[in-house]
Design a protein around this ligand. Structure first.
Ligand SMILES: Nc1ncnc2c1ncn2[C@@H]1O[C@H](COP(=O)(O)OP(=O)(O)O)[C@@H](O)[C@H]1O
Ligand SMILES: Nc1ccn([C@@H]2O[C@H](COP(=O)(O)O)[C@@H](O)[C@H]2O)c(=O)n1
Length: 224
């Protein structure tokens, strides 16, 4: 009998900025603690802009698909799918470019891919087993974004509002929201939706159990 090649499960989590993608991804990750998991963020794959001036970097439209290095993202995702380690780029929001550092990432059995435009690229879509769209109202997303960008990303209130109206909102309607049609599951309200997170975690556990992967990882960990 021919052995069927096993590969990691790839879960894509998308939605507008501030919808709760990171929160949902972390909640799934935490629910599956003890299994073999990693989170890969699309933000890590913003283009390297180290050759540009700060003014040029600040003028970039970060909500357009051209802002991302999808070739590198697809290449590294393929490596992880083939159980090869990667050196993941690190994005620096305050410098508006990629940092000179990378983070070494060993492959895992479950890859949670998270970002605003991951369903826009057909190559990424084709590599996903479960596609999740976190659907949160625009007013809630902008409020969350104001709080987060000021506290974590070094932005001012004026800067967040101006950026939101100029690019975040129009690009959301042009590029992000239309990818909802590719989703297998739509999660309203994100991180507080414990029913959706439980259902997704159960489904992933089920696939892992069928592949016999969960027990192997647990045994390996127990022996450490
Ligand atoms: N259901 C929720 N209720 C309240 N705050 C939330 C909720 N989900 C996320 N947040 C907060 O909103 C901000 C944006 O959430 P995050 O998960 O980072 O969104 P995204 O990754 O989609 O941009 C974070 O500060 C997070 O703590
Ligand atoms: N230099 C940058 C790069 C990106 N952004 C914004 O990040 C948003 C995507 O990240 P989320 O965690 O919010 O999904 C996107 O809307 C970009 O506008 C930025 O502000 N500065």
């Amino acid at each position: 009998m021919t052995e069927v090649a096993k590969r990691p499960i790839v879960i894509g989590v998308t939605g507008g900025s501030g919808s709760g993608k990171t929160t949902v991804s972390r909640a799934i990750y935490n629910q599956l603690a003890g299994h073999s998991l990693l989170i890969l963020q699309e933000d890590s794959y913003y283009n390297d802009q180290s050759e540009m001036t700060m003014a040029e970097r600040q003028a970039v439209n970060y909500d357009h698909p051209l802002a991302f290095d999808y070739d590198l993202m697809v290449e590294q995702l393929q490596q992880l799918i083939h159980y090869q380690a990667i050196d993941k780029p690190v994005y620096d929001y305050k410098a508006y470019t990629r940092s000179s550092e990378t983070v070494h990432q060993e492959p895992r059995d479950v890859i949670i891919l998270e970002g605003i435009l991951i369903l826009d690229d057909p190559r990424l879509r084709d590599l996903m087993d479960i596609k999740v769209y976190v659907d949160t109202d625009d007013d809630i997303r902008i409020i969350r974004r104001i709080q987060r960008d000021i506290s974590e990303r070094g932005r001012t209130l004026d800067n967040v509002i101006e950026h939101y109206l100029a690019t975040v909102k129009p690009m959301y309607h042009q590029f992000v929201e239309p990818t909802k049609r590719y989703a297998d599951v739509i999660v309203p309200e994100g991180g507080e939706n414990t029913v959706a997170i439980d259902l997704l975690s159960t489904k992933i556990r089920d696939i892992l159990a069928k592949d016999g992967k969960d027990s192997q990882f647990k045994q390996a960990n127990q022996q450490k």
